[in-house]
Unconditional design. Structure first.
Length: 514
């Protein structure tokens, strides 16, 4: 029954692939139609009115043929966009390559021609640009999976993906995919071209978009058929582990998004890139699972072999993927910027958290016109006096404008130097920050600086929440938000003064801003 499902799904995918190819062949036939009419007219030798059509039809045929050849060459030469990845050659991961080959043998499909890693929670097969026809695609694996999943879980997760090399090797499906990729690349290339300067490129792009529209439904059904065939073929492989692996995928998504937005993004904004993001997501997910008791037998699962053990040098690979993540999601300056450097997790509190606090505190005192005597006492007095008036809102607006100018300047520099892309990929959606949110953020940073300068507190890193304040070097202080909100929202400095007194913070001492 399983083999019948595979054959039926593959047949459906092939039928739709042939439909895509018919769209291509129909366009070619239309381009040749004027030439065929001209040949018929010349071959008939008919005099009179029919004979007078020979010259104009011949000219039309020549023009259409030239345009068709030009557009066809433009489409054929267009290179589809290739997802930036970190290649993983066999010497760097012989055990992983061996696992994938064994899996392909069990599935009775061609083994992928290579393996690459992507800094995302996804896995797929990709045909790199310029690869000879008939070669198997490259298997792209989400790097967080390698560090979080166990070897058996990763094998179960990748079985349906590797099974997709079977349909991919079918000549009709491969040809249809090449057509769709070429059309898409030509349309994308024409999107930035101007009709007056590059008319042939624009014309080729419009033709490609037309062909894509005509073949869109069949292309989508072809891919659904390929996926169905791959899933059906992989049904019997590690079936018992499939559900457990999918649970870990959801957990990896949550942990990866949280690590990027709360830990990596603050570092990127101050010119540092964490060099062990995948190890960080494993630590974050371990902490999340322990806090929330997400699964029974958690300790036993962690005792199994992690999939990153299949790499020869997991630390080096993690560093390469982490730098690619910074370039993709933030836009790393690539011109030897002295302010941009990797940071280890042990140095993250001092090099990232402390710098964030000092930068925000400096911005706060700058907009308060108190940079010469930056004390918390002045902040408390100023906000207590302006609570509920145009002054607090104006202060929040000035902070927002100041922060926005800094973000825009960094984004412009990063976009100008990002390799292969002008705009970084979007991070997971984050709630928009209001002016008051920024005010709370900056006052909290100034308090943290003062606590570090006068009360022996220290910056710290929480795997799930990012920068935190540690009292006595170990105990996390989570009680700062409420008194700061009382100051900002109600103009009541008493709760914050009580907090400062309890923590031993001197509000009259200047805050170090550098």
């Amino acid at each position: 029954m399983g083999q019948r499902k595979v054959r039926n799904a593959g047949l459906s995918a092939r039928d739709h692939a042939l439909a895509v190819l018919r769209v291509r062949n129909s366009a070619l036939a239309l381009a040749l139609l004027p030439a065929a009419v001209a040949v018929v007219l010349f071959a008939s030798g008919a005099p009179g009115a029919t004979g007078t059509l020979r010259a104009p039809v011949s000219v039309l045929a020549a023009v259409v043929a030239l345009l068709a050849v030009g557009a066809g060459l433009m489409i054929c030469r267009a290179r589809p966009a290739v997802t930036p990845t970190v290649p993983l050659p066999e010497p760097a991961a012989p055990a992983l390559h061996g696992l994938i080959r064994d899996l392909a043998d069990q599935l009775d499909v061609p083994a992928p021609s290579g393996i690459a890693l992507t800094p995302d929670c996804d896995s797929w097969l990709e045909e790199p640009a310029g690869r000879p026809e008939g070669a198997a695609p490259v298997l792209v694996i989400g790097s967080p999976f390698l560090w979080w999943m166990r070897v058996a879980e990763l094998r179960a997760l990748l079985a349906p993906v590797v099974a997709g090399t079977g349909p991919s090797a079918h000549p009709d499906i491969a040809a249809a995919r090449r057509c769709v990729r070429a059309w898409d690349a030509a349309a994308g290339r024409a999107a930035g071209a101007r009709a007056l300067r590059r008319p042939l490129v624009v014309a080729a792009g419009r033709l490609a978009r037309l062909l894509m529209g005509l073949a869109a439904a069949h292309s989508a059904e072809m891919e659904r058929g390929v996926a169905a065939a791959a899933a059906a073929r992989a049904q019997g492989v590690d079936h018992g582990l499939r559900a457990a692996a999918q649970e870990q995928v959801g957990l990896a998504y949550a942990g990866w998004d949280r690590l990027l937005t709360r830990v990596a993004l603050p570092a990127w904004r101050v010119g540092r890139w964490p060099r062990r993001l995948d190890a960080g997501v494993a630590a974050a997910l371990t902490e999340l699972s322990r806090r929330d008791r997400l699964a029974e037998g958690f300790a036993a699962r962690l005792g199994q072999r992690p999939a990153c053990d299949l790499l020869e040098e997991p630390g080096l690979v993690d560093e390469q993927v982490s730098l690619l993540a910074a370039r993709l999601f933030h836009g790393v300056p690539n011109g030897g910027d002295a302010d941009w450097a990797p940071v280890d997790w042990t140095a993250y509190p001092d090099e990232v958290v402390d710098r964030i606090w000092r930068d925000r505190a400096a911005r706060l005192f700058a907009v308060l016109d108190a940079a010469e005597t930056p004390t918390l006492s002045r902040v408390l007095t100023r906000l207590a006096d302006t609570a509920g008036s145009d002054a607090t809102e104006a202060l929040a607006a000035r902070l927002g404008a100041h922060a926005a100018r800094g973000d825009a300047a960094r984004a412009a520099v990063a976009a100008g130097h990002a390799p292969g892309a002008a705009v970084p990929l979007p991070l997971p959606l984050q709630p928009p920050r209001t002016g008051r949110d920024l005010l709370v953020e900056h006052i909290s940073a100034a308090v943290c600086c003062a606590a570090a300068d006068t009360a022996g507190a220290a910056p710290g890193l929480d795997w799930l929440d990012g920068p935190v304040l540690l009292a006595g070097g170990h105990r996390r202080r989570d009680d700062l938000s409420a008194p700061v909100h009382s100051l900002v929202d109600d103009g009541d400095p008493a709760p914050l003064r009580a907090w400062l007194a309890g923590a031993g913070v001197r509000a009259d001492k200047p805050v170090r801003l550098v």
